[in-house]
Design a protein around this ligand. Structure first.
Ligand code: DGL
Length: 263
């Protein structure tokens, strides 16, 4: 495998760009290829079998493009499919899971909130991890139903989105949480709005920076860091309307390419 080959990333849509941003900031010379499977978003309400099938399809697409590593930039796909992917393919996989551990360690009120998709919260992997870590604290788990479609449509500043966030955070605020774990790679785009809704003592935790550090560590371990300091190729492919990708990646234009194609 060549060090210059791209890191492949996939998500059910645009959300994993929040992870890509962290990876690109930490590894600015890596070539990257991001797959936004927006046609099939949201993954969160699909069965584990469907999520596994879509994750295999996305992985094979990226491997056919010679990706040296795959970042599953989606909590729902990670918690439902990463074990299958690791068994099936011989490249390193990085996954993303809700960062419950730092929240559970740091909480003073002994109460934390998790906002994630139905697919993540009902997955066996999530239950195994969460069960071990949260024995002594109370956890308010809320399914963010409807949030991903709004984000996919670029509706970050709509009343509909604000109303959903008020609805989903109310039981958490009532339970005096002091940490809110974002368990979906789309949700970091909600942070500006969440900060206006949550009490000041609530810390929001997302996993993007940790995933980037893990990506770097695994590349180093496998001797796959790109030694070149040439301008990297940063490609984004969407199988749906690319307008939201363009909006969320505006600060990176014109150094990136965003294309639409079916896959
Ligand atoms: N962005 C994804 C996640 O991290 C999936 C959201 C969805 O498609 O439901 O869970």
């Amino acid at each position: 495998m060549l060090q210059t080959n791209p890191i492949g990333l996939f998500d059910s849509g645009v959300g994993g760009t929040s992870i890509w941003k962290e990876i690109h900031a930490l590894l600015p010379f890596e070539n990257t290829l991001y797959l936004a499977d927006s046609t099939n978003a949201p993954y969160g309400n699909k069965s584990a079998e469907e999520i596994i099938a879509l994750s295999i399809k996305n992985t094979e697409f990226l491997l056919n493009k010679n990706c040296k590593m795959i970042v599953v930039a989606c909590n729902t796909a990670t918690t439902n499919a990463i074990t299958v992917l690791r068994d099936k393919y011989d490249v390193p996989f990085i996954g993303i899971e809700p960062a419950i551990k730092p929240a559970a360690i740091q909480t003073k009120t002994k109460s934390i909130g998790i906002l994630a998709t139905k697919g993540t919260l009902s997955s066996a992997l999530f239950h195994k991890t969460a069960g071990e870590i949260t024995k002594d604290i109370s956890v308010v788990e809320i399914v963010g139903e409807g949030l991903v479609p709004l984000i996919e449509n670029g509706q970050l500043h709509t009343t509909a989105l604000t109303e959903l966030l008020f609805k989903y955070t109310k039981p958490m605020i009532d339970a005096s949480i002091d940490h809110l774990v974002l368990g979906c790679s789309h949700y970091p785009y909600l942070i500006p709005k969440l900060l206006t809704i949550l009490p000041d003592n609530v810390t929001i935790i997302d996993s993007g920076a940790a995933v980037a550090r893990q990506t770097k560590a695994i590349l180093e371990k496998n001797g796959l860091i790109n030694a070149s300091i040439k301008k990297p190729k940063l490609a984004f492919l969407s199988n749906s309307n690319k307008a939201t990708l363009k909006m969320l990646l505006a600060e990176y234009h014109p150094d990136i390419t965003i294309s639409e194609m079916s896959f």
